[in-house]
Design a protein around this ligand. Structure first.
Ligand SMILES: Cc1cc2nc3c(=O)[nH]c(=O)nc-3n(C[C@H](O)[C@H](O)[C@H](O)COP(=O)(O)OP(=O)(O)OC[C@H]3O[C@@H](n4cnc5c(N)ncnc54)[C@H](O)[C@@H]3O)c2cc1C
Length: 477
């Protein structure tokens, strides 16, 4: 069971293969190092014996990052769950040092008695870990206020086959190129992140997420852009396109009150089909929350949006880590669903959405399938925003055929993203599934730099050689 549990991550083909019970390559062993010394010893042994090692945080990778590649070499999955906990807390500086295997709930539980929070809440928060977040450059749902994990890392330790790299916490530095950033996003290719010092803040007294309806996607984009560029201190803004808005209504995000307001709104403006739901929120002391939300509402009203109140936001907060479980329920009912994400500048964003949507439609059309594609904006920046897509198609009896259809759609979407100048991934990372397209984004020299660093830190290429720099298409493995 332990080897089976560590065979795959949580991407769609992983779930399909695990449910079907076929096409699985298992690790030869699962190890649980308890400290950095044991990680170093394990790496040394693996290097000597030519054993591949795959660091395992929470196993929530959706890019094939923790999947066991097929091949003649033995493979060890290094589960870091015993390398967990709060190691040091500097309350005055707002710095907390955690071992890498600490999960989201463990982080917040350790900080709560001190009145502190990290504020990093990816949707996989229940299972994912500090080391996994850093390795994949994760972004939490409140990144607009708290920043992405890149912004929260003050210092870290990496244990590689070539030795230990300790980068002390510093508020700012000009001591050469930023090596912390080099490790952030290295996806286990450069070594095992064993410990990290993270920037923490006082726990907010109040957290409010509230909702509005905008007349159209473009109106919504303008509102979000204006809010972020004007520096309104929101911690989150999530704009759903019209299709996702309708799904949100159907699965009950909207209360009956919202339903009533929506109907009146639609009657008044006759724009029902195009209405887009905006959830926006902030936290802090109650008076700052009130003033921030009032600022945001005035921008929304200027764009003739309808303010819906806090009830949809409360529902979203209560359910935000539960939505992914719908994937299993949908599979049981004959629908395959997956997500992918990107980021683009404000000038590109509309074209990227249109191009990607056409590409996914065309890819699944070959199988006679009509795709449902939903899109939302959830991590806005001053210069652009993330775009998060969810697509659905009907499943067929053969799981391999479902994987092949998914891979066709995924290739088409990824090629469209790269061709339209958007990034390969905003927060899921590269893993092995996106690796064939990395060179298109960073160029051959960029890929060489990563390979050279990996070669110096891991000369025997035992650590995750299937991620980042390996151009093999592994979508159907
Ligand atoms: C339902 C669902 C929702 C998600 N939502 C989000 C989201 O909102 N935001 C987001 O950013 N991501 C999201 N993800 C993706 C995933 O959770 C992130 O990539 C997360 O950061 C992975 O953390 P993990 O601890 O599970 O890492 P794992 O999945 O265990 O590992 C990911 C990669 O990092 C490597 N790795 C893990 N730990 C270490 C370490 N200590 N040192 C070196 N390498 C390591 C692994 O070998 C692997 O290549 C979601 C995934 C799922 C399944």
């Amino acid at each position: 069971m332990d080897r089976l549990f560590h065979a795959r991550g949580q991407g769609l083909p992983d779930v399909l293969r695990l449910r079907a019970g076929g096409g699985l390559v298992l690790p030869d062993a699962v190890c649980r190092p308890g400290d950095a010394g044991e990680v170093a010893a394990l790496l040394e042994r693996c290097s000597l014996d030519g054993i591949r090692m795959i660091p395992w945080g929470g196993g929530t990778s959706v890019t094939g990052g923790v999947n066991i590649p097929s091949g003649p070499e033995p493979v060890v999955s290094a589960d870091l769950s015993e390398l967990a906990g709060l190691v040091d807390l500097d309350v005055r500086s707002g710095l907390a040092t955690f071992d890498a295997g600490t999960t989201g709930p463990q982080v917040e539980a350790a900080l709560e008695p001190h009145g502190l929070t990290l504020g990093h809440f990816p949707q996989s928060w229940e299972l994912s870990t500090v080391g996994g977040w850093i390795a994949t450059r994760s972004s939490g749902q409140e990144s607009m206020g708290y920043g992405r994990i890149d912004d929260l890392v003050a210092g870290l330790e990496l244990v590689s086959p070539a030795g230990r790299l300790a980068l002390q916490a510093t508020p700012g530095t000009a001591a050469g190129p930023e090596l912390r950033r080099l490790v952030t996003g290295s996806e286990g290719r450069f070594g095992v992140i064993t410990r990290a010092t993270l920037r923490v803040r006082p726990r907010p007294e109040a957290r409010v997420v509230t909702a509005a309806l905008l007349r159209s996607w473009n109106d919504g984009l303008e509102v979000v852009r204006e809010l972020v560029q004007a520096g309104v201190p929101l911690t989150m803004a999530r704009l759903s396109d019209a299709a996702e808005t309708q799904v949100a209504m159907a699965i009950g995000l909207a209360s009956s009150r919202l339903g009533g307001v929506l109907r009146r709104y639609l009657d008044l403006r006759r724009i029902g089909e195009e209405a887009c739901l905006l959830l926006f929120g902030t936290d802090g002391e109650p008076w700052t929350v009130r003033s921030t939300l009032s600022c945001a509402r005035s921008v929304i009203r200027r764009h003739r949006g309808a303010i819906l109140g806090a009830s949809p936001g409360r529902k979203w907060l209560a359910d935000r880590f539960r939505h992914p479980y719908l994937r299993d329920a949908l599979l049981d009912r004959g629908f395959v669903t997956d997500t992918f994400e990107t980021a683009a500048t404000w000038s590109q964003v509309d074209e990227v959405r249109a191009t990607v949507s056409t590409a996914v439609d065309a890819a699944l059309d070959q199988f006679g399938e009509k795709t449902i594609l939903l899109c939302h904006v959830s991590h806005p920046y001053r210069d652009g925003t993330s775009l998060y897509f969810t697509f659905f198609f009907r499943s067929v009896a053969d799981p391999e055929e479902n994987i092949s259809r998914w891979a066709t759609a995924k290739r088409a979407a990824t090629e469209a993203l790269v061709a339209s100048g958007a990034t390969l991934s905003h927060h899921h990372g590269v893993g092995s599934w996106h690796a064939p397209w990395l060179e298109a984004e960073i160029g051959p020299l960029g890929r060489d730099i990563l390979s050279i660093v990996a070669g110096r830190l891991d000369p025997r290429q035992i650590l995750n050689p299937h991620v980042l720099t390996d151009p093999t298409d592994r979508l159907e493995e």
